[in-house]
Design a protein around this ligand. Structure first.
Ligand SMILES: [Zn+2]
Length: 207
């Protein structure tokens, strides 16, 4: 075994960090709320992106305090919206923030293996995928818009559609035995939120 292989194995071990030192869901939610307040008020833009932080995460592994599933839209960037640095959010992005098998598997990895205790689906206003679904357009993203159209049913209001679509993703996550068990027995919170694309505010739903 040469040195490169040995070091790759070490990196994998660090990525695979596993301990019970996780952040409780309520504290994770408080951090996201506070981060979004700082973002909206533009109080500061300092986050730890330092070489020291990169090295620390490499050596000691990641311990993201929340898992965020959101749209691929370039205006919706969770690390900015919640003012977080490296290693703080486990982010899953896909157009329309829909949850299929791949997104679900990623979420289970974060919650079960990395012990992330807040799983947030972050929808957003002016979402192109939702608009296409509302307009009945299939186009190149039919695999996504058809899924969204199916959950929207009779909903036509764009904001309500964002809410309904995010809640549908939450339901899809809860349909997982692994996540349902963690939510019931082990402190996991699964919730939805909507990002206002025009002003940067996040509405945390269901509270
Ligand atoms: Zn979108």
């Amino acid at each position: 075994m040469d040195e490169t292989t040995a070091s790759d194995k070490l990196a994998y071990t660090a990525d695979d960090y596993d301990s019970d030192a996780h952040v409780p869901a309520a504290e994770a939610l408080r951090r996201l709320r506070e981060g979004n307040r700082i973002y909206v008020e533009a109080l500061d833009h300092e986050r730890d992106l330092s070489p020291e932080r990169i090295q620390d995460l490499f050596e000691n592994g990641q311990r993201p305090f929340a898992c965020v599933i959101t749209c691929a839209d370039s205006r919706v960037v969770p690390e900015h919206i919640f003012m977080t640095g490296l290693g703080e959010l486990f982010v899953i992005r896909v157009a329309g923030n829909v949850v299929g098998p791949l997104e679900l598997a990623s979420a289970v990895y974060a919650c079960e293996h990395l012990h992330t205790r807040l799983l947030l689906v972050l929808g957003h206003t002016h979402c192109g995928a939702i608009k296409a679904a509302l307009d009945g357009e299939a186009g190149p993203v039919a695999a996504i818009t058809e899924r969204i159209a199916a959950v929207l049913g009779d909903v036509h209001d764009p904001y309500e559609a964002s809410v309904v679509n995010a809640n549908a993703a939450v339901a899809a996550l809860r349909a997982s035995d692994a996540l349902a068990r963690l939510e019931k027995e082990d402190g996991l919170a699964i919730s939805a939120a909507v990002y206002h694309t025009h002003c940067g505010v996040v509405d945390f739903l269901g509270e």
